[in-house]
Design a protein around this ligand. Structure first.
Ligand code: NCD
Length: 360
C-alpha cells in the first residue's frame, strides 16, 4: 500500500480568473515566437496545423526507416531535455512520448507517481513542477486533475520560464495529443476516399468521462460536413460543453443508445471503454454494457471501408477476433501516436523545417 502523504494546497493569485476565460479567447497566451509553446487542449489546433502535423508525422516515419534518416532525426534535439511527469496510470501514452523524444535525440527524466518525489514531504505539485522547470526544456504531464497542465503552463509563463508543457491526459477532460493521432489515423485511413471531410463518425461507450472522444470532438470543427453519432448508455452521454460547442460550430451530431442502427452508415467507429476509475458507484456495479461492444458478427454489417478505432486499453468493447480484420486499425492507431508526438515536439522546438527540407 502507498504511504499516506500530505500535499500542500496552495492558491496562486490570478489562476482561477485565468482558468475561467473561454479557451478560444486565450490561445495567444500559449504562443511564443509565432508558434505554440504549450499544447494543452484541442481548441488550439486549426486545419492548417493539423494538415501540417499529418504530413510531418509521415515524413518522420519515412526518415526513421533508414539508419541515415534516423541519425539525422536523433541529432535534431540532442541539446534538449524532457521530463515525463505521469501521476495517473499510463502504458502507451508514456512509452509513445518516451520513444518520440528518443527519435529526436532528447534526454529524458521521468516521475511516474508521487510516492518517490518530495510531494511526500508536503511539497505542492506546483512547486514540484517549478523544480522540474529548473532542469528541462519540456514537461509532459498526465494528471488526474482537469486543468493541471494548463495551470503549470500559466505558472511558468508568469515566471517567464520558456518551458514547453504538453498535456498527456488531464483527468476526464482532455487528451489533445491522442486527438492528434486520431486525426492522423482517420486521414491516413481515408486517404484514397477524400480524407476525413464529409465522413460519418460514431463514438461509442463512455462519452461522459472519456477524454479522448471529447478532445477529438473539438477537432471536428476543422473538417467539412462531418456527422457525429454519439452512441452511449443514457448515463454516459456526451457532456453539454461539447454539445454546445458543436452546435455553435454547426456540426451535425446525433445521440442514441442503439448501436446497431448506426453501424451500417458509419465511416469510422471509435470505441471506448467505461472509465470506471472515475466512478463513485460501488465496485460491483456493472461496467460491461454488452450493447456497446463490437463483436465479430458486426464485421458483416459495417461498410467495407469503415475503420474501427480505439484509444486503448481495451476491456470488453472489442472482441479479440475482430483484430484480424483489416478494418480494425487500433494497433496502427497506437503506433501512429509515436510519429505524431515526434512531429509535435519537432514543431514546438522549431526543427520541423529541417525535417521537411529532406523531402524537397
Ligand atoms: C486513453 C486515456 O488514457 O485517456 N488511453 C490512452 O491514452 N491511449 C483511453 C482510456 O484510458 O480509456
Amino acid at each position: 500500500m502507498d504511504e499516506p502523504k500530505e500535499v500542500t494546497i496552495q492558491t496562486y493569485q490570478g489562476w482561477e480568473e485565468f482558468y475561467s476565460i473561454e479557451k478560444s479567447d486565450k490561445l495567444d497566451f500559449f504562443i511564443r515566437n509565432g508558434r505554440m509553446l504549450d499544447i494543452l487542449f484541442s481548441q488550439q489546433f486549426d486545419r492548417s496545423f493539423l494538415d501540417d502535423m499529418c504530413i510531418l508525422a509521415t515524413q518522420i516515419r519515412r526518415m526513421a526507416l533508414t539508419k541515415m534518416g534516423a541519425q539525422k532525426l536523433s541529432g535534431l534535439l540532442s541539446h534538449k531535455r524532457a521530463m515525463l511527469y505521469f501521476v495517473q496510470p499510463s502504458t502507451r501514452t508514456f512509452i509513445s512520448f518516451l520513444n518520440a523524444c528518443h527519435i529526436l535525440g532528447m534526454k529524458i527524466s521521468e516521475i511516474r507517481g508521487t510516492t518517490t518525489s518530495s510531494e511526500v514531504k508536503g511539497e505542492s505539485q506546483e512547486d514540484t513542477i517549478r523544480t522540474f522547470a529548473s532542469y528541462v526544456d519540456l514537461i509532459i504531464i498526465r494528471h488526474p486533475e482537469e486543468g493541471f497542465a494548463e495551470k503549470t503552463a500559466w505558472l511558468l509563463n508568469q515566471n517567464k520560464l520558456p518551458i514547453a508543457i504538453i498535456n498527456g491526459g488531464s483527468g476526464p477532460d482532455q487528451h489533445p495529443t491522442q486527438a492528434l493521432l486520431d486525426i492522423y489515423t482517420l486521414e491516413r485511413s481515408f486517404r484514397n476516399i477524400g480524407g476525413l471531410d464529409g465522413k460519418k463518425i460514431a463514438m461509442v461507450g463512455d462519452l461522459k468521462r472519456g477524454r479522448t472522444v471529447r478532445s477529438l470532438s473539438y477537432l471536428m470543427r476543422n473538417y467539412r460536413d462531418i456527422q457525429l453519432y454519439f452512441v452511449s448508455p443514457e448515463v454516459f452521454r456526451m457532456r453539454d460543453d461539447i454539445k454546445s460547442f458543436l452546435q455553435k460550430h454547426k456540426i451535425e451530431f446525433h445521440e442514441t443508445d442503439d448501436f446497431a442502427s448506426v453501424m451500417p452508415d458509419a465511416d469510422a467507429i471509435y470505441m471506448t471503454r467505461i472509465q470506471k476509475e472515475y466512478s463513485e458507484a460501488p465496485a460491483e456495479e456493472s461496467d460491461i454494457y454488452p450493447d456497446f461492444h463490437f463483436t465479430k458478427e458486426h464485421l458483416a454489417v459495417i461498410q467495407s471501408h469503415c475503420i474501427i478505432m480505439h484509444p486503448l486499453p481495451r476491456r470488453y468493447e472489442i472482441e479479440v477476433e475482430v483484430d484480424k480484420d483489416p478494418r480494425a486499425v487500433y494497433w496502427k492507431q497506437e503506433r501512429n501516436g509515436m510519429w505524431m508526438r515526434a512531429a509535435l515536439i519537432s514543431y514546438i522546438f522549431g526543427v520541423n523545417d529541417q525535417i521537411s527540407a529532406e523531402f524537397r
